[in-house]
Structures are given as structure tokens and as C-alpha cells.
Ligand binder design. Sequence first.
Ligand code: PGA
Length: 262
Amino acid sequence: MSKKIYFGTNLKMYKNIHDTVSYLEDLTRLTADLNRDEIELFVIPSYTSLPDAVKISRRELVHLGAQNMCWEEQGQFTGEISPLMLKELGLDLVMIGHSERRHVFRETDYEENKKVLCSLEHGFTTLLCIGETEQEKEYSISNEILRTQLIAGFHGVSTDYAKKIWVAYEPVWAIGVNGKPASVEYANEKHGVIRKCLVELFGEEAGKLIPVLYGGSVNPGNAERLIEQPEIDGLFTGRSAWQAEAFDKLIRSALKKLGKMV
Ligand code: PGA
């Protein structure tokens, strides 16, 4: 069977409970006919929307994740969310190290590593986000930065966990309203660097199977070209996915490009 194609969105600090629920209902209905042996679809809503999202979601169709998580189960960590609290909700996925966590909230690779270990130990599929800043790109140290984020982020993670790991490559300069999307050639090249590093860390067999998604200004104009790049396993989309109809269209056009659907 060919590799699955991944499509996901992080709703960031947008959409209240009501809007999240109707978004999920629409997205589930619109995409229900897509063969889940071929695609993996996931949405990462705000914490406050998660309990309702869990109640109304058909998880075999749309997986649900959390945007962040503490590395401890309980304690003096005001404002944090414990893995046990997320387990209580029965989530599928935890995202670690999104660019905004790293750059707005100053999280370090060391902290991301503690979160990754904790998330995997608690049974969550763990999506580690990595990406270089504009300055790091200008200094031509992007590859070193990506390798550092992977090596540090997965420090101490045994190969047994590889099946539960996803990676998103999101260049910081490509994300959000002021972002410029990476060229498909640049994205594909960096995905190659990431793949090589994952193979070094987890071995040939396991390292090759870890899905690596591209994110950062994915839009209807570049989605098809990005997804057809050999090293890109999926699209992690922000703004262009926040209307269910638009996301459904983007997914379908990408799949069509790959010859995967009607
Ligand atoms: P964007 O967000 O698609 O709106 O650039 C991507 C992300 O932050 O994951």
C-alpha cells in the first residue's frame, strides 16, 4: 500500500467552542467520502473547545490534537495542561514546539524534548514542529538548525516510538499573515535534510516511515505543487484551512494532483 497523505490544521487561538464544533461538523461531512486508508486528516483546536470537539467528532474520520502540553503529570505549573488531562479527553495527538511556542513563548529545544518524551510515554501520537528563522536562513545555517531541533527534540526517544512520531517542517519566515511561502524546491530540499536526520536517529526502516509535513502559508495556489514533491508527505495548513469548504477543496485538489481521487 502506498504511503498515506497527511492533511492537518492548527486552529491556533482562533475559533470559540461554537465555531470549532461547526467547523468540525462541516469538515467531517464534506470529507466523509475520502478514503481514510489513503489520507490522515487532523484538526488541532483550542483547549477550551476540546471537550466539545471530542464529543461531536467522528475520530475515525478526523483526528483531534492539542496545541501544547506540559512535561509533568501534575504539580506547580500554573497555566499548563497535563498529559493526564489530555488523556482524560481521549485525544489522538499532541503538537509540540510550534513556531509560536518557540518564538513567542521562548520554548527551548530542551523543553520540547521533555514534552516529546512525556507525550510519547503517555501514548499520544506526537507531532514535533521544527523550522529555521529568516536570519538563520540568511546565515545559511538552516540545515544545522533543523538537525539540532530534531536531534535535541528526539533525544532519548527509542526507535520503538517511531511509529507514533510525526514531524512538521514550518520555516518561521513562511508562517502566518506576514509569511512568504517557501518555494517548493526549497521545501523539498529541506524535507530531504529532515529525512536523512530521521534515518540517522531511528534507522533506515523506522526513519523512512515517519511522516514529514510541510507548513507555512500553504494555500490553494501552492498546495498541489508542494504535495507532489517526493519528500513531502503532507500539508499542515493554517489560514487556508480555517473554512471547512476551502480546506476540503485544497485536500481534493492535492489528492487529484497525486492521481488519488475522482
Ligand atoms: P499558515 O500557518 O498556514 O497560516 O501560515 C501555518 C502554521 O502555523 O502551522
